[in-house]
Ligand binder design. Structure first.
Ligand code: AOF
Ligand code: ZN
Length: 364
């Protein structure tokens, strides 16, 4: 039964995906005498935690009940009060927790406090599912770095454009809609200046039911972005431009006047600005996840600088050929197979006529 109720709590937590940043997603279920008397999930940072919603719904029925929660209850004063106090005050008898909260302010102290007050605590129920649901939060809170997601779309013969540079479209409409679903989930989207110059993209989320736009981050080492670029003019979402030391002060001032934030970053030899530095800076701004949508040079850099955690790799049933038609990862490439980036936990899905491979960087 513990697993069953925890699965329900996980389902509730998932309602918050893409909406709680920089907080985790959390779900809670309260069970008394074999029936659910309260449930809730964390809906947005700064608003009540999952447990508080569930306790409010349960009211007096929470006394002597069991609380199922997907993340260890917090015991600190953040934007809201400690959940542990609310749980103790409500008279809950038993707490089942999927995983400890990796936030250094909590990290086991919430569970400890509950036990000190005589509550029975069981840990680790559906722990793997809970960790996957909060993969973004876990990475960011533990390292300060945003969770990096690389998305690309290739033809069956491994190209992202024809030899002339034409690329509309590689994948089917269903896959492109799926990508808008990803933009809706992650805090920021990152592309290189090449993509802006070639496509003048808006990088917004366009879903039938609406959605949340990601913060738009452009890697533009030399400060070449035209002031008329769509994303600098549409006011749809914040824009951050990452430039190198050689970008002109005049251009940077003009970009700032357009409302963009400019980050001047060190260069990496043979490439543009350091994307690891960029990730650190963005993490400090509470950006917990970044969807990298290329092109090939940015993809090569994020892989080389080891800031990618997960990939979404679309493969379309089309063949275009061409020795000079580009692949999804540019740069110089590797000389030796032993240096290859290795992925694991690969999953395959059919999306419309395409295939979507999802995988994680090999954890060493
Ligand atoms: C919980 N239940 O539903 C959530 C928790 O600023 P605050 O008060 O919202 O606190 C944010 C921190 O609280 C966050 O970093 C994480 O450690 C924890 N989130 N904890 O017991 C919840 N969202
Ligand atoms: Zn809390």
């Amino acid at each position: 039964m513990d697993e069953l109720y925890m699965k329900q709590a996980l389902m509730l937590a998932a309602q918050g995906l893409g909406r709680t940043s920089p907080n985790p997603v959390v779900g809670a279920v309260i069970v008394a005498d074999g029936s659910i008397v309260g449930q809730g999930w964390h809906q947005a940072a700064g608003t009540p935690h999952a447990e508080v919603h569930a306790l409010a719904q349960a009211g007096r029925l929470a006394r002597n009940a069991t609380l199922y929660v997907t993340l260890e209850p917090c015991c600190h004063h953040g934007r809201t009060g400690p959940c542990t106090d609310a749980i103790i005050a409500a008279g809950v008898k038993r707490v089942v927790v999927a995983m400890t909260d990796p936030n250094p302010l909590v990290r086991g102290k919430g569970i400890q406090k509950l036990r000190q007050h005589g509550l029975e605590v069981l840990e680790g129920v559906c722990a793997a599912e809970a960790a996957q649901l909060n993969e973004v939060f876990i990475k960011w809170i533990a390292t300060g770095l945003p969770f990096g997601v690389l998305k690309t779309a290739i033809t069956l013969d491994g190209k992202i454009a024809t030899y002339t540079g034409h690329s509309k479209w590689i994948t089917s409409e269903r896959s492109r809609e799926y990508v808008h679903g990803l933009r809706n989930m992650y805090d920021a989207i990152l592309v290189g200046i090449g993509t802006v110059l070639a496509d003048d993209p808006s990088l917004t989320t366009r879903l039938p039911g609406g959605g949340k736009n990601p913060i738009r981050v452009i890697v533009d080492s030399k400060g070449r972005i035209p002031l008329e670029a769509k994303l600098l003019c549409d006011c749809e979402a914040p824009v951050i431009i990452a430039v190198g030391p050689e970008a002109s002060a005049e251009k940077l001032a003009a970009l700032q006047a357009k409302g963009a934030e400019v980050l001047t970053l060190p260069l990496v030899a043979g490439r543009g600005v350091s994307l690891r530095h960029l990730f650190v800076e963005l993490g400090q701004r509470n950006i917990t996840s970044i969807l990298v949508e290329g092109g090939a040079e940015v993809n090569a850099s994020v892989l080389a600088e080891n800031v990618v955690d997960k990939v979404h790799w679309f493969i379309a049933p089309k063949i275009i050929g061409g020795k000079t038609a580009p692949g999804p990862v540019g740069g110089l490439g590797l000389s030796d197979m032993a240096q290859a980036t290795v992925l694991e936990d690969m999953q395959v899905k059919n999306i419309g006529k395409d295939i979507l491979l999802t995988a994680y960087m090999q954890r060493r």
